[in-house]
Design a protein around this ligand. Sequence first.
Ligand SMILES: Cc1cc2nc3c(=O)[nH]c(=O)nc-3n(C[C@H](O)[C@H](O)[C@H](O)COP(=O)(O)O)c2cc1C
Length: 361
Amino acid sequence: MANNRTFSPSLQAKIDTLMSRRPKVKLGDISFDSPLLLAPMSSICTAPYRLLMEELGAGGTVSELVSCHGINYKNEKTVKMLEIHPREKNIGLQLFGEDGTAMAEAAKVAQEREPKFIDINMGCPVRKVVSKGGGSALMKDTSKLGKYFNQMKSAIEVPLTIKIRTGWDDDSINAQEVIHIAKEEGVEFVAIHGRTRTQAYKGLANWDLLETIAQTSPLPIIGNGDLHSWQMTQKRLMATRCQALMLGRGPLRNPFIFLESFLKEDDDIQFTPSDYLEVIERFRDYLEEYTDRERTVLITLRKNIVWMAAGFPNVTHFRNAMFQTPDIEETMNVTREYFDAIKDGHKKIDHNQVFMAGGHG
Ligand SMILES: Cc1cc2nc3c(=O)[nH]c(=O)nc-3n(C[C@H](O)[C@H](O)[C@H](O)COP(=O)(O)O)c2cc1C
């Protein structure tokens, strides 16, 4: 990925202004450029998307979950998931697996890619992962956790972090216990999605609980869940006891959320449809540098364009037209036409409507 596409001076000026307002944070030994981080998302947080988000203000990013067994078997597709772009600065690679020995082995391999930290997925609710004892199932039997963490910690030199849920179900909320075990074993910070495993993506993230946990936690806490808009993020950022916040679905529909969260009341800064188009053009470049599989680029590009266009005028018509195009070039032509046509349009998203109620954490 050698491409060095530049943004227009007007977009770059907005980015620079908001970028400069971000406070740096240190979580344990790990420094980030902002307290707002991109959450790990499978099939989304590959190097091109993570780099784009860092350039648009994410203080740090985490890869999608990567199977420790896939790494240890040298599965080609899995190994590709470990790829880090040289310009990515604050990246963590997330691994999942039920077995401490296999995880430690895989973590050594992941470490060779020089991530800033290695993260353990302890929140995935998906049956395929949980039934083997990985993801959120790790929170079920805490008696094994000390050894599990220790095996990984002793295998690597980079910091070890974890991403958990609040517990398995309402009757077994045990995030605090897990955090204490993690602290004992030298884990650096804990990101918490404020739902239980049973809840999956239903209901709302329990921010009261996250704040209570953050208040007494012996480790830095990154709060996560339902921060869908920059207004929600800004409000939470001002009041939270968490040391940082993690955003997953929000950035998919608003790639400027990490920056807009630092808007001030009297600012005259708005990201326009043509700014969105520039971001899409850059993303296309990054995808094409990342893989020569045209189909992968096309599918990834389309999916992200649809998300980014959400809330703009006449989006349904545009979406239908785009999905009828045969290739990347045509997809981009239709996209350019659309964003040119709505150049004075505003984005309006109803955050009460459920968006992507499913994922691996
Ligand atoms: C499509 C999708 C994929 C996800 N994949 C992962 C993953 O690989 N690892 C992980 O820890 N969490 C994963 N998650 C969970 C998110 O990191 C985050 O905890 C969750 O979406 C709540 O945050 P949000 O409301 O800001 O989206 C995923 C979520 C979604 C929507």
